[in-house]
Design a protein around this ligand. Sequence first.
Ligand SMILES: *Cc1c(COP(=O)(O)O)cnc(C)c1O
Length: 449
Amino acid sequence: MNNAELVKRDLSVVWHPCTQMKDHEWLPMTPIRRGDGVWLEDFDGRRYLDAISSWWVNLFGHANPHINNALRKQAETLEHVMLAGFSHEAVIELSERLVDVAPPGLDRCFYADNGSSAIEVALKMSFHYWRNTGHNGKTRFITLENSYHGETLGALAVGNVELYKDTYGPLLMETISVPSPDCFNREPGESCAAYSERMFSHMQRALEQHAEQVCAVIVEPLVQCAGSMRMYDPIYLKLLREACDRYGVHLIADEIAVGFGRTGTFFACEQADISPDFLCLSKGLTGGYLPLSVVLTGDAVYQAFYDDYQSLRAFLHSHSYTGNALACRTALATLELFEQHDTINANRLLADAMAQATASFAEHPHIAEVRQSGMILAIEMVRDKPNRTPFPWQERRGLKVYQHGLDNGVLLRPLGNVVYFMPPYVISTEQIDMIAAVARDGIHKAVAD
Ligand SMILES: *Cc1c(COP(=O)(O)O)cnc(C)c1O
């Protein structure tokens, strides 16, 4: 089997995610034969350094021996059992560990099998909590502009990336959308913290006006990843936590992308020293191995559902693969790796290396900003730097960087005009230099003419 043969078979039966399939008339797809650490290898024997962790899921490399062993052992004993009326060791151990590492007060784990489903769970649970406690007027959600929470209809409704959302508008519940604290839009000379704090006035006003109808505010703490890796200051989360308490509104933290060390702390919320009412996790949860997600919440929410069956207060939500044993076991193995390698501390060196490798990029006439939050580094290309005028999306400049990357052994998959690194934590500083060099040349090519 070589690439060409597999691509031919693929294109006759597979419909790929987030893809205009017609692009594949001229844009080759890459069938992957095997993974090893940061590397992916195709069927023609070419290797690609996975600089974006296969869409932000992989933490400790592909085909990680420790996770493989855990998975193998679990497969030999129990692959899956339904979680209603039944339980298993892996889900119990994982829940204990998650409660240990989560911000204080989050001591209940409700499982689903992907990020979007976790968002649905949190939205439904918040709404249902308010019903169970006699607040029937609470039916709405506040979201930030430029936010992304997934693709199922509820998750899509609370997101704000037009590209993914607009078409489905008629199917989506209406939300209250508030300008983002995204620091890219700060005034020259203004600090990120000052800007994020200033932007909180919009949230304050929305809560003031609508709190009685609002179940929850949902945010991606610190980095709006799918929204072009835009970043904001922890002060915003602090203010938001205080305001949610003051107005009697839940706070949902979607750490599906930023959890598990991506922003430099284990959870992004730690940087604001806050606990949300609901913490949604997926992606890195299983180290990039298997689909699994979890919503952590606290006793106040749990108790509002805990009653005699006849009261009909129970949360009757489930998925077939809720709490899958194989997935839970890979998640436990992933948490073990964090401990064994002192990953959060070790990542500081890698984050510094990413900063150093891109230190000169900001001088480039078509790079408006290089921004970083821990293990996420983003480079924003613009047509006109002084005015920060973006390249028109139709020009697909980012795609040119993607193609250059593949030609040079690095998997970069820019979001529009934003090139970013979000590598597995097993990357070396030399490999960081390599992805930076390839990105630099790719950007150079992409902005020409
Ligand atoms: C990826 C993502 C989701 C959706 O997760 P899926 O597993 O793709 O459904 C939700 N929120 C954020 C912040 C994400 O990055």
